[in-house]
Unconditional design. Structure first.
Length: 231
């Protein structure tokens, strides 16, 4: 006689970048075992594991590698909350050396957006660019090893189109070499306009305030990324 088949529950959330409903399910045991390997994994392996798990748990309905990084993080954290626990225990390190235990409620994590920032950036009165949000693998790589050259490369890669008063050039209209030459011709003030967009892209941040029991100092921490939520 065959063993019974367990029915996996499903849930819905709103994808931050599009405000569309997305259906998802918790991790299965076999997937959770894979997740445990991220503890000692490098950036490329973490990217692969998270991407595959989120893709599986959203029933392969989304093009995960092309989603904005905060979409993938938001999906992962909600899946993790339904699969493992809605809380995560973290350590806050006070300046006095005391390690403070803190329990974070994952369900309270929100995507912070700056509605005043637009992805259409005017370089001159006549010429502008359209920018896209960085993808999960791109953002994870920058967090792992941020330097000026890599940041310039990322911003360049995120130029989705160039436009003038009369013409619109999407990515199929130019080569990478032409794009690199175009960006290299920017003045610092023009490039600063692109950096402003990236400084204000939506992100998942948890603001934490916790008094130290030893020195009474109020510790204020802004927690970003997924490093505290893999297990």
């Amino acid at each position: 006689m065959a063993l019974p088949i367990l029915e996996t529950p499903s849930y819905e959330l709103i994808l931050p970048s599009t405000n569309k409903k997305v259906k998802y399910r918790p991790f299965l045991v076999k997937e959770y075992k894979i997740l445990l390997t991220t503890v000692e994994a490098d950036v490329n392996e973490i990217t692969r594991i998270v991407t595959e798990l989120v893709d599986n748990c959203t029933f392969n309905k989304l093009d995960i590698p092309k989603l904005a990084h905060f979409d993938v993080e938001y999906l992962f954290l909600n899946i993790r909350a339904k699969s493992i626990s809605e809380t995560a225990d973290i350590i806050i390190n006070c300046e006095c050396g005391t390690k403070i235990d803190y329990t974070l409620d994952i369900t309270n994590l929100k995507v912070e957006k700056n509605d005043k920032i637009t992805n259409k950036v005017m370089l001159t009165e006549d010429i502008g660019v359209v920018l896209r949000y960085p993808q999960f693998d791109e953002m994870l790589g920058i967090r792992d090893n941020a330097n000026s050259a890599r940041i310039v490369d990322l911003i360049t890669d995120c130029v989705d189109a160039v436009f003038t008063k009369d013409d619109y050039f999407d990515k199929t209209s130019y080569t990478n070499e032409e794009l690199n030459a175009f960006v290299s011709s920017f003045t610092k003030n023009q490039f600063d306009k692109l950096e402003e967009f990236f400084r204000n892209i939506p992100k998942i941040v948890q603001h934490i305030e916790k008094d130290c029991p030893s020195c009474n100092k109020k510790n204020i921490v802004d927690l970003e990324g997924l490093q505290n939520f893999f297990v």
